[in-house]
Design a protein around this ligand. Structure first.
Ligand SMILES: [Zn+2]
Length: 240
């Protein structure tokens, strides 16, 4: 039996990642395999009830297990580049104050460039979600420094990017605009880099964060399997 931490439904299996994705990568003859991404379950990808992906389920699991409201005030949440499903989940957290930020999306509360979030004072948030954003940003080090600045001292930040486990070095070029080249080198038409694990962790730490790596052991035996999250998945949590 599988269960989804986002919608609490139970069923036999999650749905696999859509096949057109594999077909396109095949056609482009890319050198990486989707199985080599650290947190991606192509076989048990999305929830048949709510469509949550494996990483959405990982975040919901983290919220339910580890995120607590600070003493005497609501939990101040910042959701960077909000996705409708996870945004709804975050807004449903009791005693919370939710804010979303995006450079373009009209769905966001604030139109903000993550490299310069001066509309937010230092230490403004207790919980930040920055998932699959930094690989789109021209200067990710500036963005990481800004995330660090706006996080409160006891705060927690989900800091996730696609990580290619077979890559030894991060490959990046914000000036590359050819869509097929971006797919081949960076894994998506609007990505400007493909991260290697060690380099990603160094960049986060260089921005000031203490970095925690949570894995299947952090959530109790059998939990990842039940939630359709691969054993090689890692949740990166930045603290101040
Ligand atoms: Zn679900």
């Amino acid at each position: 039996m599988r269960s989804c931490s986002v919608c609490s439904s139970q069923f036999a299996n999650f749905l696999p990642l859509a096949s057109h994705y594999f077909e396109m990568l095949n056609e482009l003859n890319v050198s990486y395999s989707l199985d080599d991404f650290e947190t991606l379950n192509t076989g048990q990808y999305s929830c048949p009830q709510c469509a949550a992906s494996d990483r959405d389920r990982l975040y919901a699991l983290f919220v339910k297990t580890f995120v607590r409201r600070p003493e005497g005030r609501p939990l101040r949440i910042l959701d960077i580049a909000p996705a409708p499903l996870l945004s709804r989940f975050l807004r449903s957290i009791p005693d919370s104050q939710y804010r979303s930020a995006d450079l373009f999306s009209p769905l966001a509360d604030d139109i903000v460039d993550i490299m310069d979030m001066n509309i937010y004072p230092d230490n403004s948030f207790d919980f930040i979600v920055c998932s699959h954003v930094l690989e789109h940003v021209p200067d990710d080090r500036k963005a990481i420094a800004e995330l660090y600045r706006v996080l409160d001292k006891n705060g927690l930040a989900i800091l996730m990017v696609p990580i290619l486990l077979t890559a030894e070095h991060t490959d990046e070029d914000p000036d590359e605009t050819d869509v097929n080249v971006r797919w081949a080198r960076f894994g998506q038409d609007d990505h400007v880099r493909m991260y290697a694990k060690q380099d990603y962790m160094s960049r986060i730490r260089a921005g000031g964060f203490e970095l925690l790596e949570l894995d299947s052991r952090s959530f109790g035996q059998g939990t990842f399997r039940q939630q359709g999250i691969t054993e090689q998945s890692v949740l990166y949590i930045g603290t101040k």
